[in-house]
Design a protein around this ligand. Structure first.
Ligand code: PMP
Ligand code: GLU
Length: 414
């Protein structure tokens, strides 16, 4: 078939592919331990589900404004004010079908052929593909583990050209889990203001921080705010990956263009999911049990603690365990991530070795050995532009983490 050329520019999402494979193997009864899925394993909190059920019962089942219902946009403005010291008006907000959709629309409306987009590596898989679809040129800047995978200031400065249209920033980061400090962000913001390029700041893991604090790069004053597009959503913070609600805040003109694009592609995000997101963001449910009985974390029935703080506590415990255990396995070393729910261990000492008869040439072959021999899924680092690493999501139970790492250790010992 003669498909449009743009279809040949992009690859399938490796993160979604491994996640799908994990689910398929489990459905076939295979005892696989999944470290692939980048989604919280917790159920969506009860108060959020209730809001969705109520909206169905009340007949809130029709088209809404393409860019989202006004009350949700107002709640998002309130969230930006409260959490990020950012003042936006509803006309500067667009609600989309997931943060991925917001990112896509922002990149499509901002970048085109002839533009350069700076992308620090390791990067989350969809950024590169979306840049390619926009026909802009990705300018990848490698970061190093030695400097906590932070954008190296001097290299970054030298990569800026008159064609630089924007930088994609992701803190806390998927896949490395690192979190930029205020000073680091300020230095990046100053360069953007000086050279007049935009920053797409993906802050979807904002709430999942174990050390340090989340700062939005848009919050350093009006000049940088006019150049920043902040992307966020409810998928990670409220365990709502399937509901598909994300949002963007930025200059009115860009948000309006994204609205037009959405008008002719998806129309509004699902009406019911918008009501659920409204309840989530307004955090209406704090006086009630967070999770249904029998769903993790089961002691989440404790009143008064927000579902989010229960999740964060649990993720912190898992992170501490997984990092310590990974570092005890010969051939593997792992930095301690400060946020998100991924461990990103260095596997370079295993490259060149033969494990279970298979020569390890990089992250792909190691991931294959781990799948075939240990029945454990991980994401090969090459998907994020870093072949000497693999990514393990610790959004799975402590029991799975322990068993999965035991299996990995057993295979690697040989
Ligand atoms: N950005 C990053 C860094 C992510 O890891 C994800 C998770 N897939 C997204 C954006 C998109 O999230 P969603 O579309 O579910 O809101
Ligand atoms: N963000 C998650 C991940 O990186 C979900 C999968 C995806 O959307 O790519 O695994």
């Amino acid at each position: 078939m003669k498909l449009a050329r743009r279809t040949t520019l992009i690859n399938p999402s490796p993160t979604l592919a491994v996640t799908a494979k994990e689910k398929q193997m489990k459905a076939q009864g295979i005892d696989v331990i999944g470290f692939g899925a980048g989604e919280p394993d917790f159920d969506t909190p009860i108060y959020i589900k209730d809001a969705a059920k109520k909206s169905i019962d009340e007949g809130f089942t029709k088209y809404t404004a393409t860019s989202g219902i006004e009350e949700l946009k107002k709640a998002i403005c309130q969230k930006f004010k409260q959490d990020n010291a950012l003042d936006y008006e509803p006309s500067q907000i667009i609600v989309s079908c997931g943060a991925k959709h917001s990112l896509f629309n922002a990149i499509m409306c901002l970048c085109e052929k002839g533009d350069e987009v700076i992308l620090p590596s390791p990067y989350w898989v969809s950024y590169l593909e979306q840049i390619k679809l926009s026909q802009a040129k990705p300018v990848i800047i490698e970061t190093s583990e030695k400097y906590n995978f932070k954008l190296p200031y001097r290299t970054f400065k030298h990569a800026i050209t008159p064609k630089t249209k924007c930088l994609i920033l992701n803190s806390p980061s998927n896949p490395t889990g690192m979190v930029y400090t205020r000073d680091e962000l300020k230095a990046i913001a100053d360069l953007a203001v000086k050279h007049g390029f935009y920053i797409i700041s993906d802050e979807v893991y904002e709430k999942l921080i174990y050390e340090g604090e989340h700062i939005s790069i848009a919050s350093f004053g009006p000049e940088i705010k006019n150049l920043a597009i902040v992307i966020n959503g409810v998928s990670k913070a409220y365990s709502m990956t399937g509901w598909r609600i994300g949002y963007a805040a930025g200059p009115k003109e860009l948000i309006a263009a994204m609205g037009n694009l959405q008008d002719h592609s998806t129309s509004n995000p699902t009406s019911i999911a918008q009501k659920a997101a409204l309840a989530a963001i307004s955090e209406l449910g704090l006086s009630r049990p967070a999770f249904a009985a029998g769903t993790p974390p089961t002691e989440g029935g404790r009143m008064g603690l927000s579902p989010m703080s229960l999740m964060v506590n649990e993720f912190r415990n898992r992170r501490d365990y997984i990092v310590e255990k990974l570092n005890s396995i010969p051939g593997i070393s792992c930095l301690k991530p400060q946020g998100a729910f991924y461990a990103f261990p260095n596997i370079s000492k295993l490259i060149g070795k033969t494990i279970k008869g298979q020569k390890i040439t990089g992250s792909l072959s190691l991931s294959e050995v781990l799948l075939n021999e240990a029945k454990v899924t991980v994401i090969p680092g090459i998907a994020f532009g870093a072949d000497k690493y693999i990514r393990l999501s610790y959004a799975t139970s402590m029991e799975n983490i322990k068993e999965g790492l035991r299996r990995i250790e057993e295979v690697l010992k040989q």
